[in-house]
Write a protein that binds this ligand. Structure first.
Ligand SMILES: [Zn+2]
Length: 355
């Protein structure tokens, strides 16, 4: 296989490749630290990636990264509290430099609810200002006295009952740079995507990108808090960075083409919903979901993004419903059981909550 086709193949299929298969395809020795989910993966000197396990509450749920600077460690995403403890332990086994910063790529529980654990370990949660705006919208238990998402998630996650929501307290309105001369990390908000408050971490020297859930690698997309139309445009801005390695918010790490794949999935979803549903009433439109699912499943580039889940927030039906609403202003009402929606708001946990 040529280098290019190898790369394309890997980018399209890493979700289903074992480490051994991937290494064999790459045709080289196993790079030091390269590992499967649940293992710290050294991707460049001082730069680590850790793939979470979406189906295991006790493990790290979202993907994490960390960069060991000369004087401190910057962690990408706080994870849930259980995940935060796990990641802190892994970092501690590699370096005794202080963990100073935990960057929340967005406000969701699997990326930000571990903030308090980081604070107790001497770090400060950092985020784009939009994360606070999103928390004010959804974390009504913290900002008001009305139970919000944290309280809903605490019913399903024991690790939330011994800690508390800690909103980020170091905020940036556009970007924020960490640079000690050796390493440089640029935190940047590039537009509305998975939420209204997403930011990515860009390492220009190594051309490594940590996307948070602006990009995932597998059936993990949740569109409910974002805007799918704007998401497609934001991915254009992300692609302009020109990364070589892309560490997504969920799923195996990949290369630049994962951004194309994620974007192609949403483009196809918008086209299909536009063509088959937009002129129909919510009741009629619902009957088209399975045919849209089959069409997208038949497209090799994006098939891995099509969730098999019948209900729940990252189900295919809820993604279709979000796009239908964006295009028509109407809800696919029967899909959205609001009580269930609220209950799974965080424990959706990308596959954890029962449908
Ligand atoms: Zn998320």
């Amino acid at each position: 296989m040529s280098d290019v086709s190898r790369r394309n193949f890997l980018a399209g299929g890493t979700a289903f490749l074992s480490l051994a298969a991937e290494v064999e395809l790459l045709g080289g020795p196993i790079p030091a630290g390269m590992a499967e989910a649940g293992k710290a993966d050294l991707i460049a000197p001082d730069i680590y990636f850790h793939e979470g396990r979406v189906a295991d509450n006790a493990d790290a749920v979202c993907n994490n990264g960390w960069i060991v600077f000369e004087d401190y460690v910057l962690v990408i995403d706080a994870n849930f509290p259980a995940g935060a403890k796990l990641i802190i332990g892994k970092i501690r086994s590699l370096t005794d430099k202080p963990i100073r910063f935990a960057f929340d790529t967005h406000h969701h529980g699997d990326h930000a609810y571990g903030n308090q654990v980081y604070v107790e370990n001497g770090a400060v949660p950092v985020a784009y200002t939009g994360v606070i705006e999103e928390m004010k919208r959804y974390e009504t238990g913290y900002y008001d006295d009305k139970p919000g998402r944290w309280e809903a998630a605490a019913k399903e996650r024991a690790d939330l009952r011994t800690t508390k929501l800690k909103p980020p307290s170091v905020l940036f309105s556009k970007d924020l740079f960490f640079d000690d001369g050796k390493h440089r990390v640029e935190l940047m908000h590039l537009g509305v995507a998975h939420t209204h408050g997403d930011a990515v971490a860009w390492l220009p020297k190594e051309r490594i990108l940590f996307t948070g859930d602006v990009c995932v690698n597998g059936p993990y997309n949740f569109a409910g808090d974002g805007d799918v139309g704007k998401w497609v445009a934001t991915l254009d801005a992300v692609k302009k960075l020109g990364p070589k390695i892309v560490c997504t918010g969920h799923g195996p790490r990949s290369v630049a083409t994962v951004l194309d794949d994620q974007q192609a999935f949403f483009r196809a979803l918008r086209e299909q919903v536009g063509a088959l549903m937009a002129e129909r009433t919510p009741e009629e439109a619902k009957g088209r979901i399975e045919s849209i699912r089959a069409t997208l499943k038949g497209n090799e580039q994006i098939a891995r993004y099509v969730s098999e889940r019948g209900a729940g927030e990252d189900s295919f039906a809820s993604q279709v419903g979000k796009v239908y609403e964006e295009l028509t202003g109407k809800k696919l009402a029967a899909l959205m059981n609001e009580r269930q929606f609220a209950r799974h708001a965080h424990a959706r946990s990308h596959g954890l909550a029962a449908a």
